[in-house]
Write a protein that binds this ligand. Sequence first.
Ligand SMILES: [Zn+2]
Length: 97
Amino acid sequence: MTRRTAGHTAWCGRDQRCNLGEHRSDEIVVDAGHARAVLVRVRTAAGREHAEIRVRVALAPGEIAARRQLVGLLGDVRQAVTRAAVAVRPRPGRAAR
Ligand SMILES: [Zn+2]
């Protein structure tokens, strides 16, 4: 049965997740010891592409220090998301990546 395996992208991980109608790359892991991020490239069934990023950070044991970390992390994430969103340029039709 190859009906569902046709049309993968070059970067698709080609596993069972493709059956959900979207193509997903293998996980790209950034491991920095007490912090870790996992990025996956996704093409939805509608043809839109996006990146999914999951971040896991060890928090300080004290509540105040943990909250400071969270404030810093939120600022960094906001900056990264804003920068990535600015880089998006709408193109007529679909460009080849
Ligand atoms: Zn696929």
